[in-house]
Design a protein around this ligand. Structure first.
Ligand SMILES: *Cc1c(COP(=O)(O)O)cnc(C)c1O
Length: 366
């Protein structure tokens, strides 16, 4: 069975001495390895500050909290649930905007019409690692005095305009869970150039305690453990080589699967995707097989795939109160949700494994 993804972990030998050290010292949290990891992440993405947290979801929740967002926040619906959950946990109202058919990212040209007097921020996403259009979105955010946050759960290792993506926007939140490219076991990194935000986040991840137990923010325990930081640090050292392997595999997929009826997410010429996922769209009327039937056929042939993101957030049961409001309002999101298929992609995938996937797809669509 070829999995949809599996983490490419550092060699255990690189971790054991550090694990032994923290086991001997008992310093399992609030220690030097989280600090080291934060420094390495800030350096890598080119941001002034990086704050490590227990997950990207917690990182997003704390970021919205520390930025004092209120009212409405604009986001795509074609994304993972946690993007919107992070808003709802802060009593913010999600305002869903459709995405671009080629990029799969929020369509910047549809943002302004959704801005009201209640809007406080734009929360964009780098879907599957494809950087969203930071220049256009930042321009809109500045013009309307909105915060701009990127859920870049997939984007640690992506490039936009030839540069690492941590330098645009007010904050980027990256995920380090095992389906992502850089893995800490569980974890998240918030990258920002805003010193005040970084120090508030460090307090907020520690219950909101400034050090004297007289909390001035209602925080969480959102700390990253030392064990996770040790794994994350070694994994970060592999990011460039893993992203480049994924780009090679992605180009190979595109070459071998350029078939009428199959389309691929488009990455801008001056951008680089991490290819956290490799996604394609299945045109049922051309290929004579539906996306869902293809999933079943591939599963029978030993290839595991996922229909990311179906359902999109605005159609999830937890978002029932939005079902009516958005009915038929997000046509591209609806189309992508029905046609998208993520096929196996992991950094140590071999060409033989990839050829097996390609053959399974080709033999399922004729
Ligand atoms: C995985 C993911 C998250 C959540 O990350 P965790 O670290 O698992 O909390 C948030 N947003 C998107 C788009 C994701 O894919």
């Amino acid at each position: 069975m070829i999995p949809i993804t599996t983490p490419t972990l550092p060699e255990i030998e690189k971790l054991t001495a550090k694990f032994e050290e923290i086991f001997a010292s008992g310093q399992l949290t609030n220690g030097k390895y989280v600090e080291e990891f934060e420094t390495a992440c800030a350096e890598y993405v080119g941001a002034k500050y990086a704050v490590a947290v227990s997950s990207c979801t917690v990182g997003l929740i704390l970021t919205h909290k520390c930025m004092d967002l209120i009212g409405e926040v604009i986001l795509p619906s074609f994304t993972f649930s946690a993007t919107a959950h992070s808003l709802v946990w802060n009593n913010l109202t999600p305002v869903f905007v459709d995405c671009g058919e080629a990029t799969h990212n929020i369509d910047p040209d549809l943002i302004e019409e959704k801005i009201t007097s209640k809007t406080s921020a734009i929360l964009a996403v780098d879907i599957f690692g494809n950087p969203c259009d930071r220049v256009k979105i930042e321009h809109i955010a500045k013009k309307h005095k909105l915060s701009f946050i990127v859920d870049s759960a997939h984007g640690l290792g992506s490039l936009y305009d030839g540069k690492k993506i941590g330098n645009w926007a007010d904050a980027h939140v990256f995920s380090l869970s095992p389906t992502k490219v850089v893995v800490a076991g569980e974890g998240g990194i918030i990258a920002t150039n805003n010193e005040n935000l970084a120090s508030k986040l460090k307090k907020a991840r520690n219950y909101g305690d400034p050090g004297d137990y007289n909390c001035d923010i209602v925080g969480l325990n959102g700390r990253m453990a030392e064990t996770n930081a040790i794994i994350g640090n070694e994994s970060l050292k592999m990011v460039e080589s893993n992203v480049s392997k994924r780009n090679k595999l992605a180009n190979r997929y595109i070459g071998k699967l350029s078939i009428e009826g199959i389309e691929f997410q488009r990455i801008a010429a001056n951008s680089r995707s991490t290819y956290k996922d490799f996604s394609m769209t299945i045109n049922e009327s051309i290929l004579k097989v539906s996306r869902d039937d293809l999933i079943k056929k591939l599963q029978e042939k030993g290839v595991n795939t996922r229909p990311y993101y179906d359902p999109p957030i605005h159609k999830m049961d937890a978002y029932k109160k939005y079902h009516k409001e958005y009915e038929n309002k997000l046509p591209v999101t609806a189309k992508l949700a029905k046609q998208s298929l993520s096929i196996p992609m992991f950094s140590h995938m071999t060409e033989e494994q990839q050829d097996f996937v390609v053959d399974a797809i080709k033999s399922s669509i004729v």
